[in-house]
Design a binder for this molecule. Sequence first.
Ligand SMILES: [Zn+2]
Length: 127
Amino acid sequence: MNEEHERLRKELPEYSKYGAKLDRAIELVLRGGIKEIRFLPSGRTVLTAVGRLGDEFMDPKRPYCSCSNFFFGFLEGKEGVCYHLLGYEVASRVKRVDAVQFSDEEYIPYVRAVIGDVFDVLEGGGG
Ligand SMILES: [Zn+2]
């Protein structure tokens, strides 16, 4: 765990209850893994987390994440927060959401690529 990681942990005492999940979330944030992709000129945005096994779609407002942890946790009625969604919360708080711009023509290929990753991970049983 590096200094920056320790510092973020101290800045966010209210998240300490998440334990190891918070550490994974902070790692994700520190390597720029929380991305807000804005497609132009339409202005629509997609939030993704670049996990170890591929990208995941997130919608923190619902909340929703395409990863298997969120999916199975949800089915079992557990807390609806995976380390990606937690990472998004952390990144928003410390202004570390990586803003990326793509053109609208890239929307479909991009979404298709992320969905491909999502299925690969789900079918491989990872997360
Ligand atoms: Zn997730």
